[in-house]
Ligand binder design. Sequence first.
Ligand code: FAD
Length: 398
Amino acid sequence: GEPIILSEKCIGCVKCVKVCPAEALEMFFTPEELKILEELARQQEAAGAGGAAEEVDEEEAALARMLAAYRGVWVFIEQTEGEPAKVSWELLGVGGELARSLGTELCAVVIGRDVEHLCRESFAYGATKAYLLDQEVFLHYRTEPYLEACCYLIGKYKPEIILMGATGMGRDLAGAVATRVKTGLTADCTGLDVDDKRNLKQTRPAFGGNIMATIMCDRFRPQMATVRPHVMKMPERIEGATGEIVREQCAINEADILTKVLEIIRDKKGDHVDLAGAEFIVSGGRGMMAPENFSILKELADELGGVVGASRSAVDAGWMPHERQVGQTGKTVRPKIYIACGISGAIQHLVGMQDSDVVIAINRDKDAPIFQVATYGIVGDLFQIVPAITQRIRELKN
Ligand code: FAD
């Protein structure tokens, strides 16, 4: 509809025109108004508008000093009972690239109990320094002590970038830390880079995946981002690489922490599959037509030693469980081979699988967008093609 202008409040400062992200506003003045504005500008200049400019300069200088005080790229090393989450190593990979571009150090943040081995493991994946907080109170992850620990380290060592995995733990901790230290956080980034002013360019899908937005946090430090598992490449592991361990001690008392871990009950679900970590994935979409038809995908996946995935349409139809969904609201996967069967290739699906080493698409519609990301495309009926591929693999094995 028509914009409503409150004429008694509008002073014609044009700020709204400048801040409108869609550049949809324009402001017009009558010749009389223009005359008044020019006269006002002249008066301001005569009254020493230079003073205001100096104030702005001083503000900018203070900002520059603050930004310069923050150096180094940090990666939070997520662990459960000493067992690291692989996403942490993936983050050290991308973190290393950022640190090289910035000419700064790559540091691991290791918090837990009996977790020093993770510092050494971090060095193997590219960190040159590890901040270690090894205390009984950090045995099990709880927001409060981990938040205190992170904020203590940030306050003392001032990193310019902090990366965490977009896992249950990472999402919880990153949000809490960003809120406490009053900085920005970009969740679920799919790309990270830096500009010539040391700002982190954080790219992620926005507006339902229809556009890729690059988000910056140029007036606050540290700059914080989370990245889902398997989005970044696993870096090469360099056996025997060394670095400096900075041992720290955080003054937190167990008595002051409200949350207690009484017992850990492990999920005993037998059919758990590691879709995100699979090397071969055969996925089915709405083109599978019925749940029982997924058996032909299972047969092919079994021959390859892989697992079956699904598009959201197949999950929404109740043909496959949600933990098998690939895409923006499902898992991000990066297998050696991804076979998409009866999947059209909507952007929300593509963002979850387009970094697979090889994509094979089977679809009867030659114009399906999935073919745009496919290494090999097969136009035809999946009910003929999939069993034929399985058959051929069996023949080759015998
Ligand atoms: P369709 O688009 O209906 O495609 C079916 C394809 O099967 C067609 O291309 C057709 O040609 C082909 N086909 C049919 N029969 C055969 C046959 N016999 N042989 C060969 N080919 C055949 N989607 C996801 O997958 N993952 C997500 O995480 C996800 N998140 C979303 C988040 C949001 C906010 C929104 C708005 C949408 C999301 N979607 C997601 C949905 C997405 O937009 C698409 O609707 C969905 O991916 C389509 O699934 P599909 O390709 O299986 O179905």
